[in-house]
Design a protein around this ligand. Structure first.
Ligand code: ARG
Ligand code: ZN
Length: 885
């Protein structure tokens, strides 16, 4: 039971380490009911640190068996152990410390440190898991060279892996064996990894730009051997891309990936031994949707890219997490854009940002990209640190231009190779290489909250000028009441009747260049600014924030006709999509107001015309059409509503459904012909054009099944006839949403019957059901939790059922009687005793209690109930206490 409140750690209190650990030798003796970890550390006091400085090693849930300093056993009383540390009051300037600790991986349900996933041993050390393995300076600015011996039963654990190169193997007595690994690159403890198991392997190789042969291996359970090709292919493409785009070559002769079933996050970039959640590495046509294929590609790339942006150059402290995560998300997004469609990738990313990150930035957990304080760093692996952090890097890219940005990244890697550095070091390298002053731009790192940009335009026909006025403000966030203007790169154009107009700002020389003068990036850096365009010979519609050039909320008083013009012929694909969403939002809000007033919904025919025109536009990528005809999600609509007031979840749901029905029935012929034209039973290919085709075909199927029983029959036929998971799941989903009870239950039962042996399919089956907007959804969810296929210790299953219900089934989570909230609170309380990271993450939806009309008190009451639980983890404590503050 926790007596004192867990402590808050502040960036301003950072101090460099007083001791370094130059060499780290580890010996793991793995047994079924315990493991012994022997650590031999060469420790030296840092120059300048006082001789009297105590050595305080981190350590948690360790049982110390013995401790020696320079070969002499230390007796009790010469050191102090508490629940988080081992302290030696007086130590020499240089010495060797040897500890033996006993741990229990088989009982480690937190999935942090050394634990068991099914039959294998594996590790997850980021951020602070290494301290659950041995006593150490578990902080990223302490970098050490590791030599690791893993010893285990040879029959159960034929494969023994750690970082770097395998330098020795040995057969031992009583059927045991060992392998010794040496990693020549100094690294922080969070990049340490170990795996021991009975694994099968897929092998390939890659020749780097300087001619080094790298052995590539993906280790999986034997049953998953046929699901590794896509990850391997993605890995090779990532390695080539990073050479070509960022000049980054791989630096060892070996690169391993291991797939594990029980994993808190997506994957982990441990040096040369990446460990992946199976859901983020395995792919096969029968088990993985198109979105799944794309996720595998981007996560394999993300973890690989960390080898430079994260491992070779790492973070000084955890406040700098976005240094590696924001930059690496930017890098993987660029990779995905180059592999597929840039605009489609951008739309997907912006949707996540606007739905989740804007909500985070507007709520009680709001924090800057570089947080100032935390209680538990695991709580800061957030959409703000990752996705907004990537947007900040993207803005630097926009402000500097591609070439200068590349010079900046080269300088950053060269200057800081082998170091643990800060976000400021990154910005300095970018400035030094480009000559661009990023002085005020730095506010993006320190200031939380989403800037609100309001723009308005005036056309002066006589003067042939168009004046764009842009104002910005950032609303206060907890702990940050005064906000300063930020530097916003505003990419834009002006749309005339026949297309985009040439742009010339007042005072500029008449344009002489031949290149594209219909597009430019304005720099907005004060509270209010005016931009006067001259030589404008017709009243334009401004095309603003092209490509979503800054993570802001943009407000411009577009008429529906303006939006229609942007949708049909702006030059920027992102703006076209965004205009289609804005139009849909306006129409859904109209309908919501009509339903509220008790009148019949009346869907603006302009929306229907516009969707019809998009369907008919053969110049558009089918994937873009699919995104443009898909209505904004309920969570996004709720986020928008709570920005100006409070969200009415039921009203949003009903209005969105009714607009969807209107589109379904008004355009039923178009959906039919689209489906007829696009439906295919050719062998599955995860290629861009095929993914695009399926996305539009399945969007059409969704409308058809929303519209009629014939549509549901079509979905049922697709479910049964599909030769791939994308089409099968789309069919099943359409039947489950729009079919009758008999059809739904039969199809769901059939799916489990056929696929119960594939865990990744079962998870999707669970998730689909948890999100069904049916009246009995909560009891269905409870039944799923009692199902054999469910396991509370497996994070993928917890996310698929509890997580999907709380964040993907708004009408049921926000049930009027509060049962959804109570359910979540009870699950969080149970999970907190097993896996605090997962418990804390699941709480997200409850923290938004201020956003919901007529629900806030009930939601807050559940948080208060949790706050009263004794022995809460620091993870859950931090989220609960911040939400209630
Ligand atoms: N660095 C990993 C990634 O971005 C994430 C690991 C996070 N782990 C955690 N326990 N929060 O791919
Ligand atoms: Zn990462």
């Amino acid at each position: 039971m926790r007596e004192a409140q867990p402590a808050t750690i502040y960036l301003k209190d950072y101090e460099p380490p007083a001791y370094r650990i130059e060499q780290t030798q580890l010996h793991f003796a793995l047994h079924e009911d315990y493991a012994l970890v022997t650590a031999t550390l060469s420790i030296a006091r840092t120059a300048g640190a006082p001789e009297t400085q105590a050595l305080v090693l981190h350590g948690q849930a360790l049982k110390l068996e013995s401790i020696q300093l320079d070969g002499n056993t230390l007796g009790e009383g010469t050191y102090v152990i508490d629940e988080a540390s081992l302290t030696l009051e007086a130590v020499p300037g240089e010495f060797e410390l040897r500890t033996v600790v006993r741990i229990e991986p088989q009982n480690n349900t937190s999935l942090e440190g050394l634990y068991k996933s099914r039959t294998m041993f594996c590790t997850q050390c980021e951020a602070e898991g290494f301290r659950k393995i041995t006593y150490f300076l578990d902080r990223p600015d302490v970098m050490s060279i590791y030599t690791v011996t893993v010893e285990a039963d040879a029959a159960r654990y034929p494969v023994l892996l750690s970082n770097g190169n395998c330098v020795a193997t040995e057969a031992l007595a009583s059927g045991r064996h060992s392998a010794t690994w040496h990693d020549p690159f100094p690294k922080p403890a969070y990049l340490f990894a170990l795996v021991a198991g009975d694994l099968s392997v897929v092998e390939d190789s890659f020749t780097t730009c300087s001619g080094r042969e790298v052995d590539l291996k993906i280790f999986v359970e034997p049953k998953d051997l046929d699901k590794c090709d896509h990850a391997m292919d993605s890995l090779k493409r990532s390695m080539r891309w990073d050479e070509e785009t960022f000049g980054r070559e791989y630096d060892l002769d070996i690169f391993n990936i291991v797939a594990v079933d029980d994993f808190n996050m997506g994957a982990m970039e441990n040096k040369s031994l990446n460990i992946f959640n199976t859901s983020c590495v395995l792919a096969s046509p029968d088990t993985t949707t198109d979105a799944g294929y794309q996720r595998v590609e981007s996560i394999v790339a993300h973890e690989y890219f960390h080898n430079w942006s994260g491992n070779r150059v790492t973070c000084r402290d955890w406040f700098q997490l976005s240094l590696k995560e924001g930059f690496t998300v930017f890098r993987d997004a660029e990779f995905s854009s180059d592999m597929g469609s840039r605009t489609v990738k951008r739309v997907e990313d912006v949707t996540v940002l606007r739905t989740s990150q804007f909500a985070e930035d507007a709520g009680p957990m709001a924090h800057p990209v570089r947080p100032d304080s935390f209680i538990e760093i695991s709580n800061f692996y957030t959409v703000t640190v990752y996705e907004k952090g990537a947007e900040v890097v993207r803005m630097i890219h926009t402000l500097l231009g591609a070439e200068s940005f590349r010079r900046g990244s080269d300088l950053y890697f060269q200057r800081h190779d082998g170091q643990a550095v800060t976000c400021e070091d990154f910005v300095l390298a970018m400035e030094d290489a480009s000559g661009v002053d990023l002085g005020l731009f730095r506010r993006w790192y320190s200031q939380a909250g989403t800037p609100e940009v309001s723009a308005s335009g005036v056309y002066d026909e006589e003067a042939q000028t168009y004046t764009l006025t842009v104002a910005q403000r950032t609303p206060p966030t907890p702990g940050q009441t005064d906000k300063q203007p930020v530097v916003i790169p505003l990419a834009m154009g002006l749309l005339g009747d026949a297309g985009n107009l040439p742009l010339r700002l007042e005072g500029e020389l008449p344009d002489t260049e031949t290149s594209d003068n219909t597009h430019r990036v304005l720099t907005v850096d004060s509270a209010e600014q005016r931009f006067v365009f001259t030589g404008v010979n017709e009243a334009p519609v401004p095309s603003l924030l092209r490509g979503f050039s800054a993570p802001v909320r943009l407000d411009y008083p577009y008429t529906r006709k303006d939006l229609q013009a942007l949708i049909s012929h702006d030059a920027d694909g992102f703006v076209r999509w965004d205009a289609s969403q804005q139009l849909a939002v306006q129409v859904i809000m109209d309908v919501q107001a009509q339903l509220d007033a008790g009148s019949e919904p009346d869907v603006d025919p302009l929306l229907i015309d516009s969707v019809a025109a998009v369907i008919a536009d053969t110049s558009l990528d089918p994937a873009m059409v699919a995104m443009m005809v898909t209505l904004p999600g309920e969570n996004y609509l709720a986020e928008l509503a709570s920005h100006t007031g409070q969200a009415d979840v039921d009203g949003i749901h009903a209005a969105r459904d009714s607009v969807r029905e209107a589109l379904a029935s008004a355009l039923s012929e178009q959906w039919q012909s689209l489906f007829g034209r696009l439906h295919s039973v050719e062998p599955y290919q995860a290629s861009g054009p095929e993914i695009a085709r399926r996305s539009l075909c399945n969007a059409a199927l969704g409308y058809l099944s929303a519209d009629s029983v014939d549509g549901v029959e079509l979905a049922l036929a697709q479910y049964h006839g599909a030769n791939n998971m994308t089409d099968r799941l789309a069919g099943l989903q359409a039947v489950a949403y729009f079919g009758n009870d008999v059809q739904r239950d039969a199809a769901l039962a059939d799916c489990f019957d056929k696929w119960h042996h594939e865990a990744l399919v079962v998870n999707q089956w669970l998730q689909l059901q948890a999100m069904l907007p049916l009246e009995d959804a909560l009891s269905r969810v409870q039944a799923l939790m009692a199902h054999d296929a469910f396991d509370l210790r497996n994070p993928n299953k917890v996310r698929a059922v509890i997580g999907a219900f709380a964040s993907g089934n708004p009408v049921n989570f926000h049930r009027r009687d509060g049962a959804g909230y109570r359910f979540l609170r009870e699950q969080v309380a149970v999970l907190d005793g097993m896996n605090p990271q997962i418990a804390s993450r699941l709480l997200g939806p409850l923290t938004k209690w201020r956003n919901y009309q007529g629900r806030g008190d009930m939601m807050r009451a559940e948080l208060e109930e949790l706050a009263a639980v004794s022995g809460l983890s620091p993870d859950v404590f931090e989220v609960v206490s911040r939400s209630l503050a």
